[in-house]
Write a protein that binds this ligand. Structure first.
Ligand SMILES: NC(=O)c1ccc[n+]([C@@H]2O[C@H](COP(=O)([O-])OP(=O)(O)OC[C@H]3O[C@@H](n4cnc5c(N)ncnc54)[C@H](O)[C@@H]3O)[C@@H](O)[C@H]2O)c1
Length: 346
């Protein structure tokens, strides 16, 4: 995978290649997926699972597991054999746990979103730089074969001039009590856009609107329109209130359009060799490329270990996490101001 984003001063490898000692904090809904992928990676040793609910952690690991369980994060941070901490706790805890881990000299893989404000994200990025540690975000979709294909197609100019991107991520619940739908589902689409778009096409402004028709106290439906550098536009439709799950992204260019339906296992990506030019419509073949099916989280853990071993910057580093936070914060300001377009600066 090509590396991008700003470096953070890790010019030379520090760790010897070998087994990387890992701890996972948070064994709720998402943590078990990370735990499974750390356990199945030959280059890692899972040393701890930390959760305030130790019974839950024990259930995830099973009775015969030699992996230690604790409710006290200090057990993890005081273990010199732990090089990397994977944090899969609610986003309100990311800043505190992330800073504690980085300041204890651990590399961090942080679940999305990186933090709950840009300011908190900046603190995490600064702590990673000050401690010369890796700060990586688990932007899981960026590690899927489809998203990697879209990124290389865009970078290779296969779409021609980019016209629009339209992404729908809707399903029923879970209505979260600490974050709204923008902060829950939005990081997926925003991290995908950040990953696939060249720097010159990154969002330059966002306008957003949200609704809470059930009066849950959070926006449960949200729309974001992002003006992209170069003249294209991206639209993101997010909802916890849709009875059917839809995960569809359209990437349209002057030469070609891609439709990614993530629920169509085995045929997720369709490429339409058709478009609309200045003078005429053009129709052509529809191709479904053979794209391997593999679990993205396996690649996430591989990326973490490779970056620890080689000192290179992760493809989804803290700066990528911070760019996503900047859009989310601006989207919140736009909702509050009646959908005004808020300029973005990265
Ligand atoms: N990458 C993805 O596709 C994806 C999918 C779902 C969730 N997530 C992210 O994963 C994170 C966790 O979400 P979830 O749905 O698993 O939440 P959850 O509430 O189901 O689980 C969180 C767990 O963290 C534990 N916990 C809370 N504070 C703790 C602390 N201080 N120390 C130790 N343990 C603590 C809780 O006891 C709980 O078991 C969130 O940031 C969420 O956005 C990512």
């Amino acid at each position: 995978m090509k590396v991008e984003g700003s470096g953070h001063g890790m010019d030379s490898p520090e760790e010897e290649p070998g087994t990387v000692g890992v701890a996972v904090i948070g064994a709720g809904y998402w943590g078990p997926n990370l735990i499974r992928n750390v356990l199945s990676n030959d280059r890692c040793e899972l040393r701890w699972v930390c959760d305030l609910d130790t019974v839950r952690a024990a259930k995830v690991l099973g009775r015969r597991s030699p992996v230690r369980i604790t409710a006290d994060v200090n057990d993890v941070l005081n273990d010199p054999e732990v090089q990397a901490v994977v944090i899969a706790t609610p986003s309100s805890t990311h800043r505190r746990l992330g800073l504690a881990a980085l300041n204890a000299g651990k590399h961090v893989l942080m679940e999305k979103p990186l933090a709950t404000t840009v300011e908190e994200g900046e603190e995490l990025v600064a702590a990673a730089a000050a401690n010369n540690r890796i700060l990586m975000c688990d932007f899981t979709f960026c590690y899927t074969p489809v998203v990697q294909r879209l990124r290389s197609m865009i970078n290779d100019g296969d779409f021609g001039e980019l016209l629009f991107i339209d992404s729908t991520r809707v399903n029923l619940g879970l209505i979260q009590n600490d974050i709204d739908v923008f902060w829950d589902l939005g990081p997926h689409d925003l991290s995908i856009l950040d990953f696939i778009l060249p720097e010159e096409n990154r969002p330059i402004s966002v306008s957003a609107s949200g609704a809470d028709p059930l009066r849950s106290g959070q926006a449960c439906v949200g729309f974001m329109s992002l003006q992209l550098g170069g003249g294209a536009i991206a639209h993101v439709n997010l909802s916890w209130l849709s009875p059917t799950k839809i995960r569809t992204t359209v990437v349209s260019g002057a030469k070609r359009t891609a439709i990614w339906d993530d629920l169509k296992v085995g045929a997720r990506l369709s490429l339409y060799d058709a478009g609309v030019g200045m003078v005429a419509y053009r129709t052509g073949d529809i191709v479904t490329p053979a794209i391997p099916e593999r679990e993205a989280l396996g690649s996430v853990i591989n990326e973490l270990v490779t970056c620890i071993e080689t000192g290179r910057t992760p493809a989804t580093d803290g700066h990528a996490g911070l760019r996503v936070l900047r859009v989310l914060e601006a989207a919140g300001r736009s909702v509050a101001s009646g959908s005004t377009a808020i300029p973005l600066e990265f």
